[in-house]
Ligand binder design. Structure first.
Ligand SMILES: Cc1cc2nc3c(=O)[nH]c(=O)nc-3n(C[C@H](O)[C@H](O)[C@H](O)COP(=O)(O)O)c2cc1C
Length: 261
């Protein structure tokens, strides 16, 4: 079973490429998280798989996003308890593999390794985004390594992280500080270009956005996945002044980019 979390589509696409090699069932943590947060009666907590579990997600400050770790802690897993992790990243995953291994120990999984793949940067609240053509080249270059990881998983081999490092230090304090300083929805605002279409509300994996008089309001439970700001058809969402003039990046499920330059 492959469970993926994705803000702007990179990890969803990576998960689907892995599924094309393993034949595994694909499940969206985004959908399940939303259902859990809304308190839906059919929100899922139990997962059984006769093949290894594969968790696919972005890297947030050299580690799996906290929402993903929390998701795993609050779930019950059974069946084949081998666990693989595949992280997409803009540049490097740091000690993510070590964190994943520790989490496996905590949750009773057998850690089979973490691999990562560089994909277009989505964190426009801090960094610049790639142009359409540069992003396209990165996406194309990512396909072969992801499929190769998928084949390793299908064969039951262990996998390793080509973009990780610094495993002697877990950078835990740095990650905590990063979350305190940067993971906040307070700076989000909408401009007069907002047409009240509600796509931001629909896409938020944490059900953190509601429309008030046709305009989005953020409710304080944000993981900074960049989905809302990236999906907006009018580029009407800004993060303070940091995102002004920056290209929004979003990868559709079929691997094509939503927006041209
Ligand atoms: C809050 C945040 C923190 C990030 N931290 C890192 C990081 O530590 N290292 C890195 O290489 N990329 C980092 N990125 C970039 C994403 O991991 C990368 O673009 C990823 O492929 C996005 O996946 P998604 O489209 O599935 O959401 C960060 C992105 C965000 C939004």
């Amino acid at each position: 079973m492959i469970l993926y979390f994705s803000g702007t589509g990179n990890s969803r696409y990576a998960a689907s490429l892995i599924a094309s090699q393993t034949g595994d069932e694909l499940m969206s943590m985004n959908d399940i998280l939303r259902a859990r947060i809304r308190g839906d009666a059919d929100a899922r907590y139990d997962f059984h798989s006769d093949s290894p579990f594969v968790f696919v997600c972005p890297t947030y400050c050299w580690r799996m996003p906290h929402v993903v770790e929390d998701f795993l802690r609050k779930s019950r897993f059974s069946g084949d308890m081998r666990a693989y992790f595949v992280l997409t990243c803009g540049k490097s995953t740091g000690p993510s593999a070590k964190h994943a291994e520790l989490l496996c120990g905590e949750l009773g999984f057998k850690f089979m390794g973490l691999s990562s793949v560089i994909m277009p940067e989505n964190y426009i609240a801090l960094f610049d985004s790639a142009s359409y053509d540069d992003a396209l080249a990165m996406i194309r270059a990512a396909v072969a390594p992801i499929e190769s990881t998928g084949r390793m998983i299908a064969c039951g081999r262990t996998i390793e992280d080509p973009n990780g490092g610094y495993t002697r230090s877990l950078h835990t304090k740095m990650n905590e500080t990063f979350y305190k300083l940067h993971i906040s929805d307070k700076p989000y605002r909408v401009t007069e270009d907002c047409i009240g279409c509600g796509q931001c509300e629909t896409i938020c994996p944490l059900a953190n956005i509601r429309l008030e008089e046709g305009r989005p309001v953020w409710d304080g439970n944000c993981t900074q996945c960049m989905a809302c700001i990236s999906i907006c058809p009018r580029d009407a969402i800004e993060y303070g002044l940091k995102t002004r003039g920056k290209r929004r990046y979003y990868l559709r499920a079929d691997g094509s980019q939503l927006k041209k330059d």
